[in-house]
Each structure stands twice: as structure tokens, then as C-alpha cells.
Design a protein around this ligand. Structure first.
Ligand SMILES: [Zn+2]
Ligand SMILES: [Zn+2]
Length: 246
């Protein structure tokens, strides 16, 4: 029947179900163009040279000496003024080649970059306390329509699958199109994002949620999303991000 002709089906290789088409081509390192290693679009040398984060503040993932939290994230005084995130983990510093790979995913639909980065996140995050669910930071529907995909979801989907965690892709909604955050300073970002997120009416949220995003800059976006989750009754919200802008 004609209706079934275009359906993508997994490819059988020696009885195993392999991933679809891209794996049939020689894997090339996304950074240097040499042969990829171990079934990845990344060579061993470029993998080893990725700027993995060193000791970082557990509250905001800014680099720091190995002492725990930065001055900004020390226990709040007065109580209640604490940031809405319990902990932030960044896999990488936002440096070369993340400053190429993440924009390629975000603006140019480079899903091979997404796969490589999601895999690195899975390795890093497998040692962290397990949440009840992963919630990616959503794009506004209008922006999703124009771009066609959501970079946080492209990272969160394989990450959740690798860690066998529930993915709640529709738990958070972005309420209004905000001015592009990159053009605003920290205070303006906060104002821009107030009430930007709302929890979907039918969302069934566990007590501990991890937010996933591609890049953390000031943290205003993640904080706004965490506030919405807390208002909906979530008691612990962490954030896992691919890269932290220092
Ligand atoms: Zn390479
Ligand atoms: Zn901090």
C-alpha cells in the first residue's frame, strides 16, 4: 500500500537493529574532519581535547577552586532568597570546539553534533543523583515552528534514553516570545523571563526534576523554568547543561 512506502524502518544488520541511515556513512570527526572513533562523529584526539569542566560551583556551575559553592551561591540570607535550582552541572566550558558545535546544533540543524554532545552528557551525568524525570527547556511554539526542532530536546532525548530516565518533553510551556536573551544584560534577562514558563495542566511531575539545556549563560532561563516547576510542587530542581559560559 502506498501509505507505507515512506515509513522509516530500522535497518537490519546481522540480525541486530542498527540506527537509521547516518551510520551507513563513514563517520567523520566534527571538529577536525579525520575519521571518527568508536562509532562516533568525533576522533579520539578531539574527544580528549574537549574542554571538560574542572571544579565548579555546585549552585551555578561557574569554575572555581575545589571548595563547593561560589560566594553568589552560598546558603541564602535571608532564607527563601536562594536560587530556585538546587544544583547545576555543566559538562563543558563554553570554549572551542563547543562554541562551534553548539551553534551548529542550535542554528544549523547539525544533529550529528547533537548526538556527540548528548553522549558526552550521558557519560558525565550518569554519576549524578538520579531525578524522577528530565525536562528540557522548551522553545516558544512560534520559534519551534520557524526552526523546526528544539536543541534542548535534541540533547535531552538521547540523554534520557541513555540514562533510562523518563523524559517529560511537554511538561513546561513557554508562555510568550521573549526578546532574544543574548542581546540583554543580566537584570534585563530576569525581567524578560518573568513568567516565561508555565507547567502544562496535565503534567505529572515527580518530586525531583532535572532541567536540561544546551548552554547556561546567566542562568536566568533555567531559574525561570525552575521557579515554574517549584510553583507546581516540585521539591528539588537541578540543571544539567552541555556548556557553561564563564
Ligand atoms: Zn578530530
Ligand atoms: Zn555559584
Amino acid at each position: 500500500m502506498a501509505a507505507t512506502v515512506n515509513q522509516a524502518s530500522p535497518i537490519e544488520v546481522d540480525g541486530d537493529v542498527a540506527a537509521p541511515l547516518p551510520w551507513l556513512f563513514a563517520l567523520r570527526c566534527l571538529v577536525c574532519g579525520e575519521r571518527g572513533a568508536r562509532g562516533r562523529d568525533l576522533c579520539a584526539a578531539c574527544d580528549a581535547a574537549l574542554p571538560r569542566q574542572g571544579p565548579a560551583c555546585r549552585g551555578c556551575a561557574l569554575p572555581l577552586p575545589p571548595t563547593g559553592a561560589c560566594a553568589h551561591c552560598l546558603p541564602a540570607d535571608p532564607p527563601g532568597s536562594a536560587p530556585p535550582l538546587d544544583g547545576v552541572h555543566a559538562v563543558f566550558d563554553y570554549a572551542f570546539p563547543l562554541d562551534r558545535l553548539l551553534p551548529r546544533l542550535k542554528f544549523h540543524g547539525d544533529f550529528a553534533a547533537g548526538r556527540v554532545l548528548a553522549q558526552a552528557m550521558a557519560v558525565h551525568c550518569s554519576g549524578l543523583p538520579r531525578p524522577g524525570a528530565i525536562v528540557p527547556i522548551p522553545l516558544h511554539r512560534a520559534r519551534l515552528r520557524e526552526r523546526g526542532y528544539d536543541q534542548a530536546l535534541e540533547l535531552a532525548t538521547p540523554l534520557a534514553r541513555a540514562l533510562r530516565l523518563p523524559l517529560l518533553a511537554n511538561a513546561l510551556l513557554r508562555r510568550k516570545t521573549t526578546t532574544a536573551q543574548s542581546r540583554l544584560d543580566a537584570a534585563a534577562r530576569q525581567r524578560n523571563l518573568r513568567d516565561a514558563f508555565v507547567v502544562a495542566g496535565n503534567a505529572c511531575l515527580p518530586a525531583h526534576v532535572v532541567l536540561v539545556d544546551d548552554v547556561m549563560t546567566t542562568g536566568a532561563t533555567l531559574h525561570a523554568a525552575a521557579r515554574a516547576l517549584r510553583a507546581a510542587g516540585v521539591s528539588r530542581v537541578d540543571a544539567w547543561v552541555c556548556a557553561r559560559v564563564a
